[in-house]
Structures are given as structure tokens and as C-alpha cells.
Design a protein. Structure first.
Lengths: 263, 447
């Protein structure tokens, strides 16, 4: 890139008396996890390329409370939610985009009851709208004709019935999409949901992510596409476990679109 | 003595229906032991869901083999029950085929009943083979050992016997009509069309009329008594779904599956904590709802809502939830079906306890948590909603798991230690990992 991309914060926007088109909610994984940060950066590059005036909360963002709520800690969840809502409402945020289906689900479904009403989009939905509006063009590039399977995040597909947007983006990339038997609203969990990401699994005969990776491998993909930083981690671990990491990549759709354009 | 059969029939009918009403009232009382929850919103959508999912069996056919056979058995059950109405009227007044004045339409009806009786018979036999011969994994889980397996087979045997009796009754009736037997033969000729039982009727050809009447009467009586017994068997069986699927789909949650309700009691507390002007010693406002519930989450069946208890009674143990559950598929102890069965067993035990102790529950040293549902099962759930999606009658096992987790965490601080660490991190540095909040935006400089 010739010039560095500027990622302004809401505070900076406010200081200039302006408000951005959309707030990018980065999420904890997107902020701290090395693998997920790549997704964050890819998405930001796409936003910049499309000329979207966006902002992040930066250090004012904090965990949505999803893992706490799913672990059963409603107190901690609502403390987080109310804190976040105060910040968001303080900045008069109207529209939020996030690359994390867990953040998406929590802000879209559980914040309204606590006073936080926003239009919330998953990044695949937002990217699709940018393409539809002609602000972003996508060409297959290096992914054209590649055999790809898409792992539906539970909190996107089943929980919120969003499974077309990521597929539409893959179609724009001109990939050969091969579906797993369990896809869309019948998708199989990667094993990270419900705060499982942060604990050891209960005794069993297999880890959930291994089972899901095996299902993905059955489609003989060159790339496993994902739309959630946690699914991404789980599937990446699964592919490593199967010693396939030299042949099969696990990529977020935003990363693929950015890479197709050499961003 | 002439009216003895009529009187006996009326007594049997009254006993059958009376006992059923008693059981229904017990069922409703048990469901109402659950806490209150408002499911009265958006009635049009609720009716639509009931029509689509219960009446229309729309989720059943997602698995085509069991789904289509189930539709046949369900249709047969509903349609053949129209004939029961005639049987009841005939029983009370001692008439023979009272609806036969409908003429050609009556012939059509009887023909349809017969065809469906045959289809039900075939369907039920396939179901029996699926359960007992083929190794279908979801029918082999350990939670089905013992009574649940016997219950499932008993239902199938019941249906086989009822259908055979129905066809035998018709065949004997046809044979009697053909030979012009008194009471059976009608001036208008043969009433009813018998596309299936006409092939059974020849068996009776060489029997004397008295014997055939005996067979017809026996089949008629055992058939209707069998239906009354079956009706009363429902309460003790997973078969209750044939009734409860309707209210259960009507009252099912309408929100997106991913949305978990926010606990109102917690909201009030949190608002109090966050509001700098709040007076923590202030008296609650006049008429304000009781702020703090006795307990957060659920450790007992009666901590669950009535809708969740209705879910438990509606479950017919088909196991579609369990067969889609990622935790179960990878060998964990969790089975969403068992969560529903355990909940139903517990609320049943509580109901029986109340009955045995003159209307009051006597402490029995047990509770839903640990004695019926283990912590290991609760913590294995990924909250992926596959079980909720799979259920053909709108049951939500996940909501029970979540309520019980809430009890474990908020009342007992009994989360797995890893989760406690993650939650401590969220409290201290606003992320589930131990990173410094001030480093949250560091990625910006790495682009």
C-alpha cells in the first residue's frame, strides 16, 4: 500500500463535530487475537478502498458480554452491555458493522432490550451492500475456480438466518462452492460457541472442531471459508490436527476479497 | 336387558372420558407449577406456526423417510377418528352405521378410512422395524433403555391392534350385510365401501351368522374400548405429543434463535449500580414488581417457566435434537432429548409428591440439578441451537440448559475454572483474555 490506512476513532470524529457512516465493532478476537487481527485489517482495507467513512471505538470498546451470558453470568453480561450501550448512545451511533457473529447477535438481539437500538450488520452483509451500491468491485482473481467450502457460523446462519450474504460474496469471487452436508441453518458448530472457546471440552471421544473439520475435508476443499473469528480458530486448529495445513487454508471471506484484489 | 349394551357403553365412555379429564387437569396443574412467562404476543404468527408446524407437519418432513410415514400415520389417525364419532353414536343408541344416510358420500368416507387404516398399519410396521431391527443411532441412546423403549413399542402395538380390529369389524360387518343378517342389512343395500376389508370378509363366508355377529361385536367393542384405553394411556406416555404439539407450537418462542432473554431482575440491579443518582436504600416504588427473585436461574423444575414444562411434556423422544447435537455427536454426555425427559420426569415426580401429600409438596431431598440433570451435561453445550432447529414441534432444550447454567454461575459460582478466568478477565480488562484494555487498538498501527 502506498499510503497507510487511517482508522479513526469515534472520539476523533466527535472532536471534529462529525459522525461516520458506520461504526466498525472490532470485537475482542478481532482486537487481540493474532489470527483474527488479520481479518480486522483485511476488512478495514476493504472499507478504505470503498471509501466508507467508518470509525472504531478503539480503547472505548469492550467485550459485548456474549461469553459471560452464555456461560450463565447474566450480571456480568448486563454490566458489559449497559457500559457499551452508554458509550454507543453517547456517540449517537446508528449503524454498526462487525466481523464477529457473536458480537453481531448480542448487539442486534440482546442490546435493544437494554436501551441499545442500532442497525447491526455482519461484515459479509455490509460488503455485499457495498458491492450492490457499486462502491466496491470484486473479481475472482486468485480464487477464481478454486474449490471452496463455507462453514456457517451458528450465530449467523441458524441464530439469525443469515447465510446468503457470505455465499453471494463467494459467488462474486467466482469460486467453486461445494457445500458440506450440514450447512446453512443445519450447520454444525465449530465447537467454540456458548463460551466453550474459553474452557476445556467435557470428556467425549472427539473434539467438536475435529468433527467439523472432517466434514469440511469430505468436500475436498482447497480453502475453508469462514465468517467468524472463533470458527476460524477452531477450523484452523482442526486442519492442523489433520496435518493438512500445507494444502488447505482457512480464510475469512473478507480476507479473500482483500487478497483477490491484492490489498 | 335389551338396553344393557347401550348402558354398558355409556358407562365405559363416561369412565374413559372422565379419567382423561382428571389426567388433563393434573397435567395442566403440573405445567402451571412453572413460573410465569408471557407468551401471549403476536397471536397471528403463533397461529401460523401452529398451522404450519403441528397441523402441517412442516418440520417433520425435513427427514423424508420418517417424516412422510409420520404424515401418513398422523393423517390416518385424524381421519379415522371421524369414524369414532359414528361408533360412539351407534354405541349409545344401538344403531347400525348411523351416518349411512349420507349414501355415496358415506361409501367414500368408509373407503378412505379403510385405505388409511391400511397405510397406518404399514407405516407403524415400518416404524417398528426402524426401532427394533434397523440400527438407527438415535433410537439406541441409553436414555431410551427400559420404559421409554417399551413405551414406544407399546404405542406401535396399540395402533396395530386398533387398525386390525377396525378392519376386522368392517369385514365382519360386510359379511353380515351380504348375507342379509338382521340389524346389519339395510333396505338401501350394502352401506359403506370396503376396499381393504373386502379381502378379509371371505374368511367369514363359511361361518354361521351368530359367530360372525360375535366376531363383529367383539371387534367393535375391543376397538372402541381400546381407543378409550389409549386415550388414557397418553398421560403416562411420550405419546402425549399428539395433543400437546398444538399448544406447544402455538406458545413456542418467536424471537431469533440466537437471542437469549435478558433477566429483568438483573437489569434492575445493574441499572441501580450504574446510576450515580440512585439511592440504594430507597424503598421500591409503589406497585413495582418484586425486584429480586428468590433465585437466579433454575435448579429445580419449578424454577423453569410453564412454557419450558409444556416443552418437556410435549417431547415424544424422537431424538432428532440429540442426533444433531455437536456435543452428543462427539461423545459428550449431553443429549438434549435427555434434558427434556429428565425435566418431565422431575415435574412428574413433583406432581405425584403433591398428590400423595394432600396438595402440598413435601421435601424429597431431590432437585432437577444433579439428581436429574448433571453439570457435565450442562457445560458440554455450545449453545449452537441445532437441537432447537431440529425439533419438529418447537421444543427448546437450550433454554433449560441456559437457565441451569445461570443458577450454577450466579447462585453457586460453580462455573468451570477456565470460565471463571475468562469472566474475571472480562470484568477486569473487558475481554475474555488477559490483555490490557489499553492495547485493544494496537492493531491499528500494525496495518
Amino acid at each position: 500500500m502506498a499510503e497507510a490506512i487511517k482508522v479513526p476513532t469515534m472520539a476523533e470524529f466527535m472532536a471534529q463535530g462529525k459522525s461516520p457512516e458506520v461504526l466498525f465493532w472490532v470485537g475482542c478476537a478481532g482486537s487481540f487475537d493474532d489470527r483474527a487481527k488479520k481479518i480486522t485489517k483485511a476488512f478495514v482495507k476493504l472499507l478504505a478502498k470503498a471509501g466508507v467513512e467508518f470509525a472504531v471505538l478503539g480503547t472505548e470498546e469492550s467485550c459485548t458480554g456474549d461469553p459471560a451470558k452464555r456461560a450463565g453470568n447474566e450480571f456480568l453480561f448486563q454490566m458489559q452491555a449497559v457500559t457499551n450501550i452508554e458509550v454507543l448512545n453517547g456517540y449517537e451511533v446508528k449503524k454498526i458493522v462487525t466481523a464477529c457473529p457473536h458480537c453481531f447477535n448480542t448487539i442486534a438481539n440482546e442490546y435493544p432490550g437494554l436501551g441499545g437500538n442500532y442497525e447491526v450488520l455482519h461484515h459479509t452483509q455490509f460488503l455485499k451492500s457495498l458491492i450492490n451500491e457499486g462502491r466496491l468491485t470484486v473479481e475472482g482473481g486468485k480464487y477464481k475456480g478454486k474449490r471452496i467450502t463455507f462453514h456457517d457460523p451458528c450465530y449467523l446462519a441458524r441464530a439469525n438466518r443469515i447465510y446468503e450474504a457470505p455465499r453471494d460474496l463467494l459467488a462474486k469471487l467466482e469460486v467453486e462452492l461445494v457445500e458440506m452436508k450440514r450447512c446453512k441453518t443445519k450447520g454444525f458448530c465449530c465447537g467454540a460457541g456458548g463460551a466453550q472457546m474459553f474452557k476445556e471440552p467435557e470428556p467425549g471421544n472427539k473434539d467438536v472442531n475435529i468433527e467439523r473439520t472432517e466434514q469440511a475435508l469430505e468436500t475436498k476443499p482447497e480453502i475453508i471459508a469462514a465468517g467468524c473469528p472463533f470458527c476460524n480458530t477452531m477450523m484452523t486448529d482442526g486442519v492442523k490436527n489433520k496435518e493438512k495445513e500445507s494444502e488447505i487454508e482457512v480464510l475469512d471471506i473478507a480476507e479473500m476479497i482483500a487478497a483477490a484484489d491484492d490489498l | 336387558m335389551e338396553y344393557l349394551p347401550n348402558i354398558l357403553f355409556i358407562l365405559a365412555l363416561a369412565a374413559g372420558i372422565g379419567f382423561f379429564v382428571v389426567n388433563c387437569r393434573k397435567l395442566i396443574r403440573n405445567i402451571k407449577l412453572g413460573r410465569d412467562e408471557d407468551r401471549s404476543d403476536n397471536k397471528p404468527q403463533r397461529f401460523k406456526n401452529m398451522a404450519k408446524i403441528a397441523l402441517g407437519q412442516y418440520k417433520m418432513v425435513r427427514r423424508p423417510v420418517s417424516g412422510i410415514i409420520h404424515v401418513l400415520v398422523y393423517l390416518g389417525f385424524v381421519i379415522i377418528n371421524i369414524e369414532v364419532l359414528e361408533i360412539i353414536i351407534d354405541g349409545i343408541f344401538g344403531t347400525h352405521r348411523i351416518f349411512s344416510f349420507l349414501g355415496g358420500f358415506y361409501d367414500f368416507l368408509i373407503a378412505v378410512f379403510e385405505v388409511f387404516a391400511l397405510l397406518v398399519l404399514v407405516g407403524v410396521i415400518i416404524f417398528w422395524i426402524r426401532r427394533n431391527v434397523l440400527h438407527i443411532k438415535r433410537f439406541l441412546n441409553k436414555e431410551l433403555k427400559g420404559w421409554p423403549k417399551l413405551d414406544a413399542n407399546l404405542i406401535l402395538y396399540f395402533e396395530v391392534v386398533l387398525m386390525l380390529l377396525f378392519l376386522t369389524m368392517n369385514a365382519a360387518d360386510l359379511s353380515l350385510q351380504l348375507r342379509g343378517a338382521e340389524h346389519y342389512a339395510q333396505a338401501s343395500g350394502i352401506v359403506g365401501a370396503f376396499p381393504v376389508s373386502q379381502f378379509i370378509a371371505p374368511i367369514f363366508e363359511n361361518m354361521d351368522t351368530a359367530s360372525v355377529i360375535m366376531i363383529e361385536r367383539a371387534a367393535w367393542w375391543i376397538h372402541i374400548l381400546g381407543i378409550l384405553v389409549f386415550l388414557n394411556y397418553l398421560y403416562y406416555s411420550k405419546h402425549l405429543h399428539i395433543l400437546l404439539a398444538f399448544p406447544n407450537t402455538y406458545f413456542a418462542r418467536l424471537k431469533p434463535q440466537g437471542e437469549l432473554d435478558n433477566l429483568e431482575a438483573v437489569t434492575n440491579e445493574v441499572k441501580l449500580m450504574m446510576d450515580p443518582d440512585a439511592d440504594p436504600y430507597a424503598m421500591p416504588e409503589e406497585g413495582a414488581a418484586d425486584e429480586v427473585p428468590a433465585k437466579f436461574g433454575a435448579s429445580e423444575a419449578t424454577d423453569l417457566s410453564w412454557a419450558q414444562l409444556l416443552n418437556a411434556y410435549t417431547c415424544t423422544e424422537c431424538g432428532r435434537c440429540t442426533s444433531e447435537c455437536p456435543a452428543h455427536q462427539t461423545g459428550k454426555k449431553l443429549s438434549p432429548r435427555r434434558i427434556m425427559m429428565a425435566t418431565r420426569d422431575r415435574i412428574e415426580d413433583i406432581g405425584k409428591n403433591i398428590d400423595a401429600n394432600k396438595g402440598e409438596f413435601k421435601e424429597d431431598g431431590k432437585q432437577l440439578l444433579d439428581d436429574y440433570i448433571t453439570r457435565e451435561e450442562l457445560w458440554a453445550c455450545t449453545t449452537c441451537n441445532a437441537c432447537v432447529e431440529a425439533c419438529p414441534v418447537g421444543i427448546n432444550p437450550l433454554s433449560i440448559i441456559m437457565d441451569m447454567r445461570q443458577y450454577l454461575v450466579m447462585e453457586q459460582s460453580a462455573a468451570p475454572s477456565d470460565l471463571n478466568n475468562a469472566m474475571t478477565n472480562i470484568e477486569n480488562n473487558a475481554a475474555p483474555w488477559p490483555f490490557n484494555q489499553m492495547d485493544r487498538a494496537n492493531w491499528i498501527n500494525e496495518i
